[in-house]
Design a protein around this ligand. Structure first.
Ligand code: CU
Length: 703
């Protein structure tokens, strides 16, 4: 292979008859045909792309975004060599694929990273068929373009179609993803202004009593305003384009679409303007076919559907981001366009956290269907009916065969609360990030059941590497097998699988930013021996996972004083320097080291220095607790070295989309009032009044 062809797949498919391999695989796959090795050779490199009118340095596999589709057939051996032409390391994970642990591609956990300038060959036998995908598992590279489709054909296709296409959905933002994460760490609602989802009080009131009640009840249990996405994207893409023409078609053609949600943090509602879609598989595996007008596809899921072209016209397959901020279009056929519905975003003010179906069919007809066997009093523990399961959003997915696990196996139940601190953008399981938590230990031969309880206001698409699990969705013995499951806000989902593997596997939220912020675990099989090369490599792992330091500074230059806040923080620790200084040499400075105990509680120590009028400056050491009270009022109970105890209360009220009122009151008699008008996320106008420094107007700059 030469460099002259860099950026493209150099060598497509090479048939290779290898007698020894053939013998081995014929034993494995009950066939006497030699396993064919399907070989790909692909570069990963930077690529300038222009999606919004601005040139941005992206990362591309094989020279394209999405990466070229890798195709092979069940029973083949897949061998793919990636050449990393970038100056940062990378990795490739095979999403939804059952393969030897060392091929899974989680850098430093299962597989060595692909170092800058180096190559890595992945090789594994294909023991499944269906629609899957592959992507980088390094830092935030997936957001920058390192993802592509994986299609494994069955040995014998059961569906007859006129066409078969991959539709890779994704989200795009010009801003550097690392900066996106830094912005979210500063303020979980950072992108609300850009995407128009600021829930100010004027809007709450305009939306009536339901909205007012939702907001007050929410604030009472210390939940911020509801939002269903974190980031405001610049574009949504279908096979790399905002609008994508998918070949020609004629009336009556049956077209199979292999839909892959490869977005970093977007859910999509997909609809076809030519009528209902027939869902034939989910997460790569065939299900009992059913028709629906709409599918909600969570991050990292795949669905295969068949659509029928009703007439000699152009039809739109539209994927609308769930937050309503945009969509991508795939056009099928030629002639006058029949557009798909416009799907508006949800009304966040009136939103209740109930089950929303993943599919468009009416929900009222659904009941939890239990098989007769499972309704008998002597129920086996591993049957679904013993468990409280909410009406699943996946209720229409039904497996072809029974997926019940053998009741001979011991059962291990793992309860995982999905937790988070939206304000500081920390996401976790059981209030612990990956870096703080123990591995989830399981044992080969067990039936492992995960009880997933979402205690946050967001959806989390959870993905387990190297396994398929049953989702207890009300279909009893025919519960579908998946590799990714959405857990809606404030709901509980139960999954279970037979532990038939070995070693370490990642289990994580597939929202890229949630994963990076800590919502990740390692599932370890008992007795795992880690490859010494990986142990050695981990010592110099340059990727700071969920515990990076971020810096936020804001300074306000007003006519009466200058005040500001400097705050470096990581997930659990923060330093704060807060100061007020006026022009007659009076000041009030507070420094603190804070340790976060949970979402609501920080403990701290620090010191204050104060100078008023002509008196000398006075300093004092303090310790205290910062605690979030109902109605989202922040309190600080502080004990000073001079023996005084004080209490401070503060909160921020968002009055309009850009105007906020901030108040602070302390038992010592100090108070501060500030009215802020946000021009951008960086610059605000402000008016303040203060017990010590009186009133003034000024400009706030956030850096
Ligand atoms: Cu998540």
């Amino acid at each position: 292979m030469t460099d002259t062809l860099r950026g493209y797949i150099l060598c497509k498919v090479r048939n290779k008859r290898n007698i020894l391999l053939g013998l081995i695989f014929s034993l494995f796959f009950y066939t006497f045909i030699d396993a064919k090795t399907v070989t790909y050779d692909i570069n990963i490199d930077y690529k300038d792309i222009n999606i919004t009118g601005r040139k941005v340095k992206a990362m591309a596999v094989g020279g394209t975004i999405p990466a070229p589709t890798i195709r092979a057939t069940e029973g083949d051996v897949l061998q793919v060599t990636f050449h990393n032409k970038m100056d940062v390391e990378t990795s490739i994970h095979w999403h939804g694929i059952l393969l030897p642990n060392a091929q899974d591609g989680v850098p430093y956990l299962t597989t060595m990273p692909i170092r800058p300038g180096k190559s890595l060959t992945y090789r594994y036998p294909i023991i499944q068929s269906g629609t899957y995908w592959y992507h980088s598992h390094t830092n935030l590279q997936e957001q920058r373009g390192v993802y592509g489709a994986l299609v494994f054909y069955p040995k014998k296709e059961i569906f007859n179609n006129d066409q078969d296409h991959v539709v890779v959905l994704s989200d795009w933002i010009d801003e550097n993803p690392q900066q996106v994460l830094a912005n979210l760490k500063r303020d979980g609602d950072y992108y609300a202004l850009k995407k128009g989802s600021v829930q100010s009080w004027d809007q709450v009131v305009a939306n009536g009593w339901t909205a007012i009640r939702n907001r007050i009840l929410g604030a009472w249990i210390r939940m911020g305003p509801m939002d269903i996405s974190d980031i405001s994207y610049d574009a949504f893409l279908s096979n790399g384009n905002k609008v994508h023409q998918l070949g020609t078609a004629k009336k009556g053609d049956r077209i199979r679409l292999r839909i892959i949600n490869a977005a970093a943090s977007s859910y999509f509602n997909v609809e076809f303007s030519g009528g209902n879609m027939e869902v034939i598989s989910a997460d790569g595996l065939n299900v009992q076919p059913f028709k629906t007008s709409r599918i909600k596809i969570a991050i990292a899921e795949t669905y295969d559907v068949i659509v029928t072209i009703p007439d000699d016209r152009a039809y739109e397959f539209r994927a609308t981001a769930e937050d309503g901020t945009g969509f991508s279009s795939t056009i099928i056929g030629e002639g006058p366009l029949v557009p798909a519905h416009k799907i508006p975003g949800p009304n966040l003010f009136r939103m209740k956290h109930g089950t929303q179906s993943m599919f468009g069919a009416p929900k009222s007809s659904v009941k939890m269907e239990m098989s007769k066997k499972t309704q008998m009093p002597n129920m086996k523990m591993n049957h679904t009916t013993h468990l409280e399961v909410n009406k699943s959003e996946y209720f229409q997915l039904k497996s072809h065969q029974s997926t019940v696990l053998s009741d001979e196996n011991p059962i291990r139940v793992v309860r995982l609360d999905l937790t988070g601190n939206m304000e500081r953008f920390v996401w976790s399981f059981n209030n612990k990030m990956l870096s703080e938590a123990d591995k989830i230990l399981i044992k080969k031969g067990e039936n492992v059941r995960f009880e997933l309880v979402n205690k946050t206001m967001m959806h989390h698409p959870l993905h387990l590497h190297g396994h398929f699990f049953r989702v207890l969705n009300g279909q009893g013995d025919y519960s579908p097998l998946k590799h990714t499951v959405n857990v809606p806000p404030m709901e509980k989902v139960i999954i279970e699988f037979y532990a038939n593997e070995e070693k370490d596997w990642f289990f994580h939220c597939h929202n890229l930013y949630h994963m990076k912020a800590g919502m990740t675990r390692i599932v370890r099989y008992e007795g795992t021996q880690t490859d010494p090369a990986l142990i050695e490599a981990r010592k110099s792992n340059p990727n700071r996972h969920d515990n990076q330091w971020f810096f936020s500074q804001s300074i306000n230059m007003s006519s009466n004083k200058t005040f500001g806040l400097f705050r470096p923080s990581n997930a659990r620790n923060a330093f704060e320097l807060e100061f007020d200084v006026n022009y007659s040499d009076e000041y009030d400075i507070e420094t603190k080291y804070l340790r976060s105990l949970d979402r609501f509680t920080d403990i701290y120590f620090g010191g204050t220095i104060e100078k008023e009028g002509n008196s000398r400056s006075a300093s004092e050491a303090v310790i205290g607790v910062r605690y979030v009270l109902p109605l989202l009022i922040e309190s600080e109970l502080e004990y000073g070295a001079e023996g005084l105890i004080s209490l401070e209360l503060a909160s921020k009220l968002q009055l309009t989309e850009r105007t906020a009122f901030i108040w602070e009151w302390k038992t010592t008699g100090k108070y501060k009032l500030e009215l802020e008008y946000e021009i951008s996320k960086k610059i605000s106008l402000s008016a303040n009044y203060d017990a010590n420094f009186f009133g003034g107007v000024g400009l706030r700059v956030n850096l």
